[in-house]
Design a protein around this ligand. Structure first.
Ligand code: GDP
Ligand code: MG
Length: 163
């Protein structure tokens, strides 16, 4: 069995875009069944010579603000317990939000390695969010652009010890 890496973060930070970037076209579309909320979507990821199972987490997109926090807590705790490493994604353009900070505190309590990714960092628009991300206490953030495929060499270096 290879390693399992889970992608977590609040809605709209680019988790699924990163998943698709790492899995490519090797995954059949499985998440579009009407009326079915799929909380976790596994795929076979490739990054350079690394091969690992990656889990996209979802199901928060339709949560109202009252239920979002509880669902995100459950998702964060499950991902952390099942994965060999966790990718904690924030939106570098939006900066650090209270929800990001709250769940960074949950993630800080685990012994599972957490890799902090500041996504949407193409161009200069992500710079302030990148620096803000240090405040999450999850180590040095890695600037990536899931959409444009930037920062993947740094992600490779961060994942190498864990997969
Ligand atoms: P999720 O809810 O965390 O799974 O986020 P999605 O992957 O669905 O992406 C949310 C939005 O952010 C979509 O409109 C994406 O096109 C956009 N997005 C994702 N990655 C990037 C990126 O690297 N740069 C920019 N500018 N937008 C991105
Ligand atoms: Mg998604």
């Amino acid at each position: 069995m290879g390693a399992t890496v889970a992608i977590i973060g609040r809605p709209n930070v680019g988790k699924s875009t990163l998943f698709n970037r790492l899995v490519g076209k090797r995954l059949a579309l499985v998440d579009d069944t009407p009326g079915v909320t799929r909380d976790r979507r596994p795929g076979e990821a490739r990054l350079g010579d690394l091969r690992f199972t990656i889990i996209d987490t979802a199901g928060l997109e339709d949560a109202d603000s009252a239920s979002l926090e509880g669902r995100m807590r459950k998702q964060t705790e499950e991902a952390i317990s099942e994965a060999d490493a966790v990718l904690f994604v924030i939106d570098a353009r939006a900066g650090v939000t209270p929800l990001d900070s709250h769940f960074a505190a949950v993630a800080r309590k685990t012994t599972t390695p957490v890799i902090l990714l500041a996504n949407k960092a193409e161009g200069k628009a992500g710079m302030s969010g990148l620096y803000e991300a240090f405040s999450l206490g999850l180590g040095e953030p890695i600037a990536i652009s899931a959409e444009h495929g930037e920062g993947l060499a740094d992600l490779y270096d961060a994942l190498l010890p864990h997969v």
